[in-house]
Design a protein around this ligand. Structure first.
Ligand SMILES: [Zn+2]
Ligand SMILES: [Zn+2]
Length: 261
């Protein structure tokens, strides 16, 4: 962890929540809700968002069942102790949702770009920005906005932080600020740096800091052992001196308030 002078700017024990975690309901993740809760508890977290991928895009009955399952998760698993579990889902740009108004029943609704729902080869940065803009009507957070940009538009940008990619991030932070959307610092993007994800995140986080964006930390854990692991995120946020008051995970009152939206 980076030390400025003699002071640790942001320390692990100030992180009260993990806002991006997966369970076996994501089908490619490996832990149950209970295992994730126990992992969060052992790290001293007070809040845990369960954000399995929202896959059930087949029949409307499947979708209804998925919304019902997620909605009832919160009242089923919260037995009065800590962490408090938020029922959420990770949504996908380009995904067809039959009854979008049902999404309002879910507490935490981050959306991001994923490989499975859209033809990335023909997707341009301009179009992606429009899709994120449309999504602000239904979603309250943008998840890993740096992810998969190297694969867009016939790999036009690759890992390069060219002027178009830089402009995309400038537009995204402006959009998020204007529409009151949380931006995610994704631990997994930095740790893996697959396709240049971590480098792109390192670029936009400075724009977000200068623009005063509200952000949150998500481990993107697909295994209980990764829940609440923010080693690289903390290093980055300390490196860029991100204002603590703009980080949801450090703000008990804001996290508690999420329970009633
Ligand atoms: Zn996943
Ligand atoms: Zn994701």
């Amino acid at each position: 962890m980076l030390i400025k002078g003699a002071i640790l700017i942001l320390q692990e024990n100030e992180i009260l929540a993990d806002m991006h975690t997966h369970t076996i309901f994501s089908l490619h993740a490996h832990s149950t809700v209970l295992e994730n809760i126990q992992a969060a508890k052992s790290r001293g977290l007070k809040f845990l968002a369960v954000t399995d991928h929202f896959y059930q895009d087949g029949s409307s009955l499947n979708q209804k069942n998925e919304v019902t399952r997620i909605r009832h998760l919160e009242e089923t698993v919260n037995l009065g102790g800590e962490p408090y579990v938020f029922a959420g889902a990770e949504f996908n740009i380009g995904q067809e949702i039959h009854k979008r108004h049902q999404l309002e029943l879910l507490r935490w609704r981050p959306i991001g770009l994923h490989a499975w729902f859209i033809d990335r080869k023909n997707l341009t940065l301009e179009h992606l920005l429009e899709l994120f803009d449309e999504a602000t009507g239904w979603h309250n957070a943008f998840v890993h906005i740096e992810r998969e940009l190297d694969k867009l538009d016939n790999h036009r940008h690759g890992k390069a932080l060219d002027s178009e990619v830089k402009n995309f991030f400038a537009e995204m932070v402006a959009l998020a600020k204007a529409k009151n959307i949380w931006l995610e610092v994704n631990e997994s993007s930095i740790r893996r740096n697959s396709g240049g994800d971590g480098d792109r995140l390192r670029y936009w986080i400075k724009l977000a800091r200068d623009n005063g964006n509200k952000i949150y930390l998500g481990s993107d854990a697909h295994f209980a052992g990764r829940v609440g692991d923010f080693k690289f995120s903390l290093e980055l946020l300390n490196e860029v001196d991100y204002p603590k008051n703009l980080i949801l995970n450090c703000d008990y009152d804001q996290l508690a308030a999420l329970r009633s939206i």
